[in-house]
Design a protein around this ligand. Structure first.
Ligand SMILES: Nc1ncnc2c1ncn2[C@@H]1O[C@H](COP(=O)(O)OP(=O)(O)O)[C@@H](O)[C@H]1O
Ligand code: SF4
Ligand SMILES: [Mg+2]
Length: 325
C-alpha cells in the first residue's frame, strides 16, 4: 500500500504538575503521562477511530497532531515529511492541511460574528479569496456543502441548533481544503438522531473530497459507525488497533473486551469475547512500571507488573499490546 497520509511514531506528551521551584526542591513534582508512546498511521481517504475512556489522552493526541501543543518526544509525519522539523513558514502553510473540529462548536464559533464572517476568516488568513464577492461565493458554496441554505449566511451562531452549529464548524474546517480532519468528539454533545445525520454528512464529504479522518470519541457506537480502523487507548497508550470489524467482533486485548462488555449486543448470535475488569481506570500521574492494566486485569501474571507490553502485529493490520494473549 502507498505511504500513509499521517504517521505518528512514539508520540509522547508529559505534563509536569507542581513544576515550581519550591515543589521541585521538595521533590513534589508529578508527571502526567497523558500520551506515552503512541504510534499509528492513517491512509488517505481512511477514517481511524481513536476510542477510550475520558482522560486516556485522546484530545492531547489530536492537539499534538495539529501542533496546538508540542510533543515531549516522537515523530509526526505528514505525507512522509517530518512535521516537527518544518520551519515556522512551512508550518503556517501546513496548518490549513490539518483541521480540528471540536465537541462544542458554540465555544469555537465567535457569538458576535455572522456565519459570513466566521467562514470567510480562514479564506482571508490563507489568502484563498481575492475580494468580497469571491469570499461570499465560496461561503455560500460551503454552506451548501454542509446542507445549509444560503438564507443563513448573515445570521449569528446563537440562531442555530447544535447540529447546525456543528455543520458550520465542519464548513469552516473544509473552507481551507484540508487533507486531514481531526474530529475531537464532534458529535458527543448532539442527540442520537442528529449524531447520525452529522456522521453521514462527514462520510459524504469524505467521499467527495477524499478526506482523511482521525475521529476521536468515547462512544463505541459512534466509532463503529464511522471508522475503517480503530485504535483503542488506555492511560496514554494504544492497547489494540485493527479493522473496525476485527475490533468489534474479535477483540483480543483484555481492555477492548471490557469496553465492549459495557455496550448492548449488536448481534446476539455472535457475541464478541467479553471480560470484566476490577477497580477504576488507572491514573496517568506517575504510573507504575509494567502494563497499565495490571491490578485490574484478570489475566495478569508477574511480568505484567514489570515489563510494559509492546504493541505487536498479531495478524495483518491487527496489533495488540498484551503479554498474555
Ligand atoms: N495542560 C495539561 N496539564 C496537565 N494535565 C493535562 C493537561 N491536558 C491534559 N491533561 C491530562 O492528561 C490526561 C489526558 O487528557 P485528555 O487528552 O484530555 O484525555 P481525553 O481526551 O481522552 O479525555 C488527563 O489526565 C488530563 O487531566
Ligand atoms: S499485559 Fe498483563 S495486565 Fe496487561 S492486559 Fe495483558 S495480561 Fe492484562
Ligand atoms: Mg477529550
Amino acid at each position: 500500500m502507498s505511504e500513509p497520509l499521517l504517521e505518528v511514531k512514539g508520540l509522547v506528551k508529559h505534563f509536569t504538575l507542581n513544576g515550581d521551584l519550591v515543589s521541585r526542591i521538595a521533590g513534589k513534582t508529578q508527571t502526567v503521562k497523558a500520551v506515552d508512546g503512541v504510534s499509528f498511521y492513517i491512509h488517505q481517504g481512511e477514517t481511524l477511530g481513536l476510542v477510550g475512556e475520558s482522560g486516556c489522552g485522546k484530545s492531547t493526541t489530536g492537539r499534538l497532531i495539529t501542533r496546538l501543543i508540542e510533543p515531549t518526544a516522537g515523530d509526526i509525519n505528514l505525507r512522509g515529511e517530518d512535521m516537527l522539523a518544518f520551519s515556522p513558514k512551512r508550518m503556517r502553510e501546513t496548518r490549513k492541511d490539518v483541521q480540528l473540529v471540536f465537541q462544542d462548536p458554540y465555544s469555537s464559533l465567535n457569538p458576535r460574528k455572522t456565519i459570513m464572517d466566521i467562514l470567510s476568516r480562514p479564506l482571508e488568513v490563507h489568502n484563498l479569496a481575492d475580494n468580497w464577492h469571491e469570499k461570499r461565493e465560496r461561503v455560500l458554496e460551503l454552506l451548501n456543502l454542509v446542507g445549509m441554505g444560503s438564507e443563513h449566511i448573515d445570521r449569528y451562531p446563537h440562531e442555530f441548533s447544535g447540529g447546525q452549529r456543528q455543520r458550520i464548524a465542519i464548513a469552516r474546517a473544509l473552507s481551507v481544503t484540508p487533507d486531514l480532519v481531526i474530529g475531537d468528539e464532534p458529535v458527543s454533545a448532539l442527540d442520537v438522531s442528529i449524531q447520525a445525520q452529522i456522521l453521514n454528512l462527514l462520510r459524504e464529504l469524505q467521499e467527495k473530497f477524499s478526506l482523511t479522518y482521525l475521529f476521536i470519541a468515547h462512544d463505541l457506537a459512534v466509532i463503529r459507525h464511522i471508522s475503517d480502523r480503530v485504535a483503542v487507548m488506555y492511560v496514554g497508550k494504544i492497547v489494540e488497533s485493527g479493522p473496525v470489524e476485527t475490533i468489534f467482533n474479535e477483540p483480543l486485548h483484555p481492555y477492548t473486551k471490557a469496553l465492549l462488555a459495557a455496550v448492548p449486543e449488536a448481534d446476539p448470535k455472535k457475541p464478541p469475547p467479553r471480560l470484566t475488569l476490577e477497580g477504576e481506570v488507572a491514573t496517568p500521574i506517575d504510573p507504575p512500571p509494567g502494563c497499565r492494566l495490571n491490578g485490574r486485569c484478570p489475566l495478569a501474571t508477574s511480568i505484567c507488573g514489570e515489563v510494559e507490553p509492546p504493541l505487536l502485529e498479531v495478524a495483518t493490520n491487527h496489533q495488540v499490546a498484551c503479554h498474555n494473549l
